[in-house]
Write a new protein. Sequence first.
Length: 529
Amino acid sequence: MSAAPQEVLIAGRWRPASTNATFTSENPATAQALPELYPVSSWADCDAALAAANEAFITLRATPAETIAKFLERYAERLEAVKGALVEMANRETALPTAPRLADVEFPRTTAQLRSAAAAARDGSWSLPTIDTKQGIRSCLAGIGPVLVFGPNNFPFAFNSMSGGDFVAAIAAGNPVIAKANTSHPGTTRLLAIEAQAAAEEVGLPPGTVQLIYRTSHSDGEKLVADARVGAIGYTGSRSAGLKLKAAADAAGKPIYLELSSVNPVVVLPGALRERGGEIAEQFTGSCLMGAGQFCTNPGLVLLLAGKETDTFVAQVAERFRAAPVGTLLSRSVAKTLGESVETLKKAGAEVLSGGAAGGGKGHSFGNTLLKVTAEHFLAHPHALQTEAFGNESLLLVADNLDQLTRAIDSLEGNLTGCIYSDKAGEDEPAAARVAFHLRPKVGRLLNDKMPTGVAVSAAMNHGGPFPATGHPGFTAVGIPASLRRFGQLHCYDNVRPNRLPPLLADKNPTGATWRLIDGAWSQGDVGK
């Protein structure tokens, strides 16, 4: 073990934490503890971070968007300069492959997010400037205040509390961020924070713009999200922990944006199975088992109509699951929770076709698990049979007819994604239309003829959905500029003198490129032109 715990980042400097309590992370591939010690912060650290963030926000309110954009760009440049060390550390802490996953996919996505957020901050259109010249009223979104970001275990760069989507959205909207590291990869988060703080200093952002604590008690975490100095919270993680934070934030009137739980239903219609059943079986197996299934958009529920094509498909998938190598899970707790979830599904009546037990891979692992249930049984036990098994698992649901299948869809909770596979000749079109009608309100993103695992960084993307996929169906955690609006407060100016208006609401468009709604029409021009 290291001689002393790593330091926390508070008010622009690295300093010892307020207590002697510590924890370690593990290398999931060896199931052995890593040598570094990390502190469990007391409320004193949380209070100091909140005070510093509050002071930083006062300065940030008057900081030009150009400075914030330069920070995000400089941070991306600094990360690229230490890419090797970051990838090595993330691999040690998560067992995710160095290449292509970390180095060639997730890392460039992360730096691209930073640069996209910089462009959005510089442009300003994200803030929806709105001008009513007849009534003398103008409004736009502006920063909401200090944002707490709780990052997940499965994306050590792209969703990290110190570099991921919530972080870049909060910063680009003009807010300081207090990052709470995920305990599965604290070393990776620390390396990110070093570069973030250095970039903030280079461009002149105030101390406390970016801060890092590693871990708190559950009670301090709930106290933290409810503090009066907090503007908003972004959380990605387990449903149980997220709901406790939500209860505390809701009681204090604090907006909290959650990503919690999703089984991401995939409906495969008979014509598609007849046309390309083997191909779909291969796509589904690859999607479900990729990265040991540790994606929030993993296809955890497949809905099928009974028939010989379905019987063939089920047999093909089961064979592929049994033949595929078993991946390493992100942590001991992920393996434990996966086992508990599979047991819940089994007790609810799901039949095991493959896997179902721990082991079979390197380090923390669980057998590639495929389960099956009838729609009739699913409808009798919908809550238990929608248990999310985060990992290399999926449940096949077989319905007797389309009416029964759509009733099963109607019983679903909210999900991030939903997918429909249909044949190319049009035989499935009537059924696909019915399925889409029932599935559309249950999911944030509807796909056709492709598995849901990938989440493109696109302005049109919705990485959100009805509860419990997220805490609010109207917002997305991926997709700039929409993701920035979660961390904005609407500022309205009524009969305010022109010299007192913020630049984006002045008659002259300050950038010449910002889209503004002027008297009901979107324009990049000046008022009156």
